[in-house]
Design a protein around this ligand. Structure first.
Ligand code: PMP
Length: 462
């Protein structure tokens, strides 16, 4: 057999199969099939090594907020790296970029959030929360408050702490997770788990599960509740409007800190700067990553509310925690340039009152399709629940996820990146999506649904 030609799809696939272990993948199965090779991205499109273009309906992994190929961000990173390629923020040292970014984040964060701790990404931010919150309670003289309440089917990252707080069973099954001191409660997933309750009643019931868990553990032992304003990887689960205000009330009454994991929702995805603002809650800590640099450089962090900041730093004493890349100059330059674009192009307002509502109205109309039980979207983050029977919110006569994957593969074939979660399809396009691109996107989704419906019926799954 002759060797694959350099700079060809076959060449990259062969190297990849021989040397690369993929995240969240069955690498053996993938190697047999050959990975899709993405070589270029521009605006809302990505291009593969065969020249095929796709609408990037997932903004990469929920990151590319301001669209791909933004020269201003590239230039800002390059200028910064030429000036100061790397230095750390430990040992009594700072640099202009990190100071300016921390101030720029305070400007857009909800009131009462003035300080940021930086990390390389979302998982590290979540792990930082675990250590920071426990340290806070110890510092204010309540060291027994150490337990975290989180939700089943939540996603909080892949580190030991993040995967433990997350409620993904297959993740817990690998590597002996979760770590101790974490209690998982129900998720506010009305479509899947609401039974005969109205969404409003179910939202209150799910919130009361938080109260029951705190009370069972003893509020004197509970440090914090953590939740994504909208669960992303769990399937874009938008809680009923009753849920978050009740969770906040429950936490306040019991003196339990509230952590909003905004790695996906933060920096505009919901049409507000932060998802907690969309949900009408005031958390104590906010984690972020992804959209803050539009995915161009790994950077995340924890925005620390005044109460925790005061407990953490007010009395002095070292917080024994940090990462080599906490406040990396390149990441800070990328984030500053991304925020500048968001401000100049008024992109958060665009998601709230322009392209968001435009796409939402077309997306929710997809619920007319025989295969779609629910079409939900907030800002530019949405899901379609596929079902053989809308009235009963029924599941297909096949292993859960089978139909989702059929639809996802058809979507790629049709030139749109969507992701399948169980038997749902999820979407989170860049904020720069034009109306014409939104029309194209929805037209493709229509074709995907028709082709999936035909295949599902041909296979006898309905
Ligand atoms: N929290 C949430 C809500 C996320 O969606 C993610 C990533 N999808 C993470 C944490 C982990 O972020 P990272 O992959 O950057 O470590």
């Amino acid at each position: 057999m002759s060797a694959p030609i350099a700079n060809s799809t076959a060449h990259w696939r062969a190297l990849d199969a021989a040397h690369h272990i993929h995240p969240f993948s069955d690498t053996k199965a993938l190697n047999a099939e050959g990975a899709r090779v993405i070589t270029r991205a521009e605006g809302v499109h990505i291009f593969d090594s065969e020249g095929k273009s796709y609408i990037d309906g997932m903004s990469g992994l929920w990151c590319s907020a301001v669209g791909h190929g933004r020269g201003a961000i590239v230039d800002a990173i390059a200028d910064q790296l030429r000036q100061l390629d790397y230095y750390n923020t430990f040992f009594k040292t700072t640099h202009p970029g990190v100071a300016e970014l921390a101030a720029a984040i305070a400007q857009v964060a909800p009131p009462g959030f003035q300080r940021t701790f930086f990390t390389s990404g979302g998982s590290e931010a979540v792990d930082t929360v675990i250590r920071m919150v426990r340290h806070y309670w110890a510092a204010v003289g309540k060291p027994s408050k150490h337990i975290f309440i989180a939700r089943r089917n939540a996603y909080h990252g892949s580190t030991m702490g993040g995967a433990s707080l997350g409620g993904m069973k297959p993740m817990h099954a690998q590597g002996g997770l979760p770590i101790p001191g974490i209690i998982h409660v129900a998720q506010p997933y009305w479509w899947g788990e609401g039974g005969d309750m109205s969404p409003e009643d179910f939202g209150l019931w799910a919130a009361q599960e938080v109260a029951r868990a705190i009370d069972a553990a003893g509020p004197e032992n509970v440090a914090a509740f953590i939740g994504e304003p909208i669960q992303g990887a769990g399937g874009v689960i938008i809680p009923p409007a009753t849920y978050w205000p009740e969770v906040q009330k429950i936490c306040r009454e019991r003196d339990v800190l509230l952590v909003s994991d905004e790695v996906i929702c933060g920096f505009g995805r919901t049409g507000e700067w932060f998802g907690c603002q969309y949900m009408g809650v005031e958390p104590d800590l906010i984690t972020f990553a992804k959209g803050v640099t539009s995915g161009t450089f790994p950077l995340g962090g924890v925005i620390v509310g005044d109460r925790v900041a005061e407990g953490l730093i007010g009395q002095g004493g070292e917080f024994h925690h940090g990462y080599t890349y906490s406040g990396h100059p390149g990441g800070c330059a990328a984030a500053l340039a991304t925020l500048k674009i968001m401000h100049e192009e008024d992109l958060v307002a665009r998601v709230k009152s322009d392209i968001g509502p435009y796409l939402q109205s077309r997306w929710t109309a997809l619920a007319e399709h025989p295969l779609v039980g629910e079409a939900r979207m907030v800002g530019l983050i949405g899901a379609l629940e596929l079902t053989p029977d809308k009235a009963r919110r029924a599941r297909f006569a096949a292993e859960e996820g089978t139909v989702g994957l059929i639809a996802r593969d058809i979507s790629f074939r049709e030139g749109l990146v969507m992701r399948a979660v169980r038997d749902s399809l999820i979407l989170a396009p860049p904020f720069t999506l034009s109306e014409g691109e939104a029309d194209d996107l929805v037209a493709i989704v229509g074709r995907v649904l028709d082709a999936t419906w035909a295949e599902v019926r041909a296979r006898g799954l309905v």
